[in-house]
Design a protein around this ligand. Structure first.
Ligand SMILES: Cc1cc2nc3c(=O)[nH]c(=O)nc-3n(C[C@H](O)[C@H](O)[C@H](O)COP(=O)(O)O)c2cc1C
Length: 343
């Protein structure tokens, strides 16, 4: 029998709320005793259709590890990691890619630890229109500090023409991705067209989270050829761009992005930055597909003059600002994340 303690159960109950691309929740955990667990990336829940989808597997692992550390700290534990930095092989027969092990040790929770744990649970992606107000400079300074301390650079623009161009690039990424059969199939796997389906499956991208009536989304996605026609294409484009009203600022991260260890550190940095903005009531919406789509990535880098080369990359772009509270993205139950005796 596989034994695991109540501590793991309590930690996983909250740690499963980490954000993941397409809300695919690929991280799995196998407790081997009260204090140690093996960590895996479930390759069947990965998004390898785009070339940079593969590094994003490790970015997601980094996001998870930072979340785990945050939840564990709030519960009175420190986490030490013994990570396995092998590249992921999506063709592997073994569908569980080992990420290494994590070990808990008792460490009294401070008020700050508990506050950060709460922030982790509050954090949400907002794909709603923003209210066109600027985020205070202090928040930008803090974001820059979070990035700097991990060897990354946080850059931001509030130049209206640049913001408009980048929002356009993000929108056209969707159109371009849908023309690519592999990427289209991947997206279709994760779209949830009704509220019931989103809740029951507890994963994926719900129509609600994307501010679309489920029936419209289902029709639009089922007839992707129509996106190329002038009338329907421009209709879909304007519905999409309408959700981007009030976007005043965009931010991006540049830094080392050349190996699994780099990708993991990038992921950690991203969640830290996200929590720092959450603490100030600022929402964020990652434009990760602009990074994973090679044409969009090039257009983005050209538009902002990103500093790339020698192992450095502009590896994340996002909009951020103030909006109404967005709908919740559901999670699968903790049992789905735990690998026990019955796999
Ligand atoms: C590395 C990363 C990349 C992401 N890229 C995108 C993206 O390109 N477009 C998007 O709408 N959401 C993106 N997201 C947001 C996820 O879809 C979102 O976190 C997930 O659906 C769970 O929702 P929540 O953040 O509200 O909990 C990304 C998230 C992460 C962690």
């Amino acid at each position: 029998m596989v034994h695991h303690s109540d501590d793991w159960a309590r930690i996983v109950e909250d740690a499963r709320h980490y954000p993941s691309p397409h809300n695919s929740q690929p991280i799995k955990l196998r407790p081997i005793d009260d204090r140690t667990a093996e960590l895996y990336y479930d390759l069947d829940l990965g998004l390898p259709a785009e070339s940079f989808g593969i590094p994003f597997g490790h970015v997601c692992a980094g996001v998870f590890l930072e979340g785990l550390r945050t939840v564990a700290a709030g519960n009175g534990f420190a986490v030490s990691e013994q990570l396995d930095h092998r590249e992921m092989d999506f063709a592997s027969a073994d569908r569980l890619h080992s990420l290494g092990t994590v070990t808990l040790s008792e460490h009294p929770a401070t008020d700050a630890d508990r506050a950060r744990h709460r922030l982790f649970l509050e954090r949400r992606t907002s794909r709603r229109p923003y209210d066109a107000t600027m985020v205070p400079d202090a928040a930008l300074t803090e974001a820059a500090h979070v990035a700097d301390s991990a060897g990354h650079a946080f850059r931001t623009t509030a130049d209206p023409a640049t913001v408009r161009d980048l929002v356009r690039i993000n929108q056209s990424t969707l159109f371009s991705d849908l023309r690519n059969d592999a990427v289209y199939d991947e997206i279709m796997t994760w779209l949830r067209f009704s509220r019931d389906e989103a809740r029951e499956r507890g994963d994926g991208l719900s129509a609600e989270a994307m501010l679309m009536p489920g029936g419209v989304l289902r029709f639009a996605m089922g007839h992707r050829g129509l996106w190329q026609t002038p009338v329907i294409g421009s209709g879909i484009r304007s519905v999409y761009l309408n959700t981007m009203r009030g976007v005043r600022q965009l931010g991006w991260l540049e830094g080392p992005f050349d190996s699994p260890a780099d990708y993991i550190e990038a992921g950690r940095t991203f969640l830290r930055l996200w929590l720092a903005l959450t603490a100030r009531g600022v929402y964020l919406h990652p434009f990760g597909t602009v990074i994973t789509n090679p044409g969009s990535h090039r257009a983005f880098v050209d538009t902002v003059g990103a500093n790339e080369g020698r192992g450095r990359m502009a590896w994340m772009l996002f909009r951020f600002g103030h909006s109404k509270r967005p709908p919740v993205a559901h999670r699968r139950p903790a049992a789905a994340m735990l690998i026990g005796a019955a796999r």
